[in-house]
Design a protein around this ligand. Structure first.
Ligand code: GAP
Length: 613
């Protein structure tokens, strides 16, 4: 992110219309970015690929919920109390900074977010940290917890307090009772959502990496933790680079390179659902073009986890020398559904039918209050409750007493155990067995209410998009000239094919425009370009990652063929116009490779690229 790669990507992103700071004509405001034509197309392809993998292929449901939600939602979810960052304000210039980031940037300490505030204040003092804006010393400045949610009011007048959602997830959780019905109350099921989330970041930075409005793609997988298992065989052989807690504590650089199957077998990834989605995500990242040599899954340190998570792994990409979180895979347990059930009073459980009704024995008590009242006075109620708890916990305590009473009635000497002992407020009370109303009854149940647990893969679309651009950025030399290009996966590239006439005369321009339109009709994304020499037109498409270019030349009229050129190798083949749409669709979908086209079509020697117009 820092250094040359960061500058190259930011410069290319702005110049070629991927992304740039918003509202520039009014001076701009930090933390908001606009995706230009190339960026918007790349983002759409990325979201489509995510939807294809995490919604369609996983058999999940997708929803679209509002982005403004009432305060009650965030009281229940814990975001009102727990969604804070550490803010330190410079007394000299008034600029606000994230204290943990200052520490990370200047001391090399990682994950300072996990360090308690008093220790962060101490670190600022110890390392003589200064305000990055004006250079004034920050030692002694208090650190505040700053809530990241944007507030708003709903409706006219004072209105109702509302918040812009800080994660798309809450829009899924609050609708759980309804969504469970759509899923016919059968676990496991998953619900996805792609949409905006808002966080009033203290110091937005690094382009689209830390912004105040961004797109998330989230999946909430609802499972019965006792019964439901993912199909781990599907991902058992997927290779991953893991960075577990223990390794981070040791020397900070040792990764575990393993398969998902082995990572589960060896207990490195504790939760099978989390492991399953790490495997699915690894394959997906490879498909969309993340460089696997610059990618890892890092386990959160305990102090770093969000308030709702009991375990979490981040997908991290190496960008310009820094490791950046691009997605999180959290085990949220039943935290969210239980909280919303508690605060709303609604039922957030699923009734799970057993395969066969189950008959069990249940111990009950029906204490004789006409005995307990006079005997124990004010403590009678508590003794009755204690008997009930004891029956649930230790049925044998009653059965011992019952046996002993039976012995006594058969004329034997009474023995210990004809009373049942319960303890209330530190005092032990002996209750005669016959006054407890102890009974064992048979209960037949057809199922049980389960509050599902949640496993959540949560992707930042902007950060993933940035990663694709940074990891695809290449420089080389073609025909003695320097070129920079984006080696984007054909499925992701904003444009699949550039169509050019060699020159815009002798009918070549008309023919090229016709071909471009026919390819558009066939569902391909096409850029038509007839300005400048062919070499320059190739360079323009190379820089925005267009994987293929078609040139219409003087041979086209005679034999009905065009040249088809590959971005990365710059190789060319001559393809009949009639085959073009099918060939390009196959290349985009990954059903064929450019290299294999040489077996079918005439290969041309490279070098015609810079033919003058
Ligand atoms: N529902 C879980 C959740 O929101 P998170 O780790 O806070 O978890 C998920 O966010 C992803 O959203 C992150 O991995 C990151 O890719 C993206 N993200 C979070 N804050 C962001 C920001 N300020 N700017 C851009 N992307 C952000």
């Amino acid at each position: 992110m820092s250094g040359r790669e960061g500058r190259d990507v930011a410069e290319l992103a702005k110049r070629r219309g991927f992304f740039f700071p918003s509202n520039g004509v009014y001076g701009g405001v930090a933390g908001f970015y606009t995706y230009g034509p190339e960026g918007a197309a790349l983002k759409r392809h990325l979201e489509d690929a995510w939807r294809d993998r995490f919604t369609v292929k996983e058999g999940n449901q997708e929803i679209e919920a509002p982005t403004i939600m009432p305060e009650a939602v965030f009281e229940a979810s814990g975001h009102l109390d727990g969604f804070d960052d550490m803010l330190v304000e410079c007394a000299e210039c008034g600029e606000s900074h994230r204290a943990d980031h200052l520490i990370e940037d200047t001391t090399g300490i990682e994950d300072a977010e996990a360090i308690p505030i008093p220790e962060v204040e101490e670190l600022i003092r110890e390392h003589d940290l200064v305000c990055p804006s004006c250079g004034a010393a920050l030692a002694g400045e208090p650190i505040e917890e700053f809530n990241l949610m944007f507030e708003t009011t709903i409706g006219p007048g004072s209105g109702q307090q509302g918040y812009m959602r800080p994660e798309t997830a809450q829009g899924i959780f609050v609708e759980f009772p309804q969504l469970a019905e759509y899923a016919r109350n059968q676990l496991p099921f998953g619900v996805t959502q792609i949409g905006p989330a808002y966080r009033n970041e203290i110091s937005p930075r690094k382009g689209v990496i830390r912004v105040r409005e961004f797109t998330q793609a989230e999946l909430e997988q609802f499972v019965d933790p006792e019964r439901d298992k993912p199909d781990l065989s599907r991902v058992a052989d997927v290779k991953v680079t893991l960075y577990p807690i223990e390794n981070q504590r040791e020397d900070g650089t040792e990764y575990v390179r393993t398969t998902i199957g082995d990572a589960v077998g060896e207990g490195i990834i504790a939760n099978e659902w989390v492991a399953y989605y790490l495997g699915i995500a690894q394959e997906w990242y490879e498909r969309v073009g993340v460089d696997v040599d610059r990618f890892r899954f890092r386990q959160h340190l305990p102090g770093e986890r969000a308030h709702y998570a009991s375990d979490c792994w981040d997908a991290e990409a190496e960008l310009g020398g820094d490791w950046v979180e691009i997605a999180g895979f959290a085990y949220r347990g039943d935290y969210d559904l239980s909280k919303h059930a508690e605060h709303s009073g609604e039922d957030f459980s699923v009734f799970e039918q057993y395969d066969e009704p189950i008959t069990t024995e249940r111990a009950t008590v029906d204490p004789d209050m006409s005995y307990l009242g006079p005997e124990f006075g004010g403590a009678a109620g508590e003794i009755a409750d204690a008997l009930e708890r004891l029956a649930e916990r230790d049925r044998a305590a009653f059965e011992r007493a019952e046996r002993s009473s039976a012995d006594r009635s058969s004329g034997d000497e009474p023995r210990d155990g004809e009373t049942v002992a319960v303890e209330v407020d530190g005092e032990t009370h002996e209750i005669p067995m016959e006054k407890t109303g102890f009974a064992v009854e048979e209960v037949t149940e057809s199922g049980e209410h389960v509050t599902p647990h949640v496993v959540e893969p949560s992707f930042g679309v902007g950060r993933t998009l940035y990663t694709l651009v940074a990891h695809a950025y290449r420089e080389d030399e073609v025909d003695g000239e320097q070129r920079s290009y984006l080696s984007l996966a054909p499925e992701m590239a904003p444009t699949t094919v550039g169509v050019f006439p060699l020159m815009d005369r002798d009918g070549l321009g008309e023919r090229a425009r016709e071909i471009a339109n026919d390819l558009r009709e066939a569902g391909l994304e096409v850029a038509y370009d007839d300005s400048g020499n062919i070499g320059r037109r190739y360079r323009r498409q190379d820089e925005v990652g267009t994987p293929f270019c078609v040139t219409v030349d003087y041979e086209t009229e005679g034999d009905g063929t065009v040249t088809l050129r590959d971005r990365d190798s710059t190789s060319q083949v001559r393809v009949p116009i009639a085959d073009l749409a099918g060939v390009l669709a196959g290349l985009r979908e990954g059903d064929r490779t450019f290299g294999a086209l040489g077996d079918e079509y005439e290969e041309l020697s490279a070098g015609a690229e810079n033919a003058p117009e």
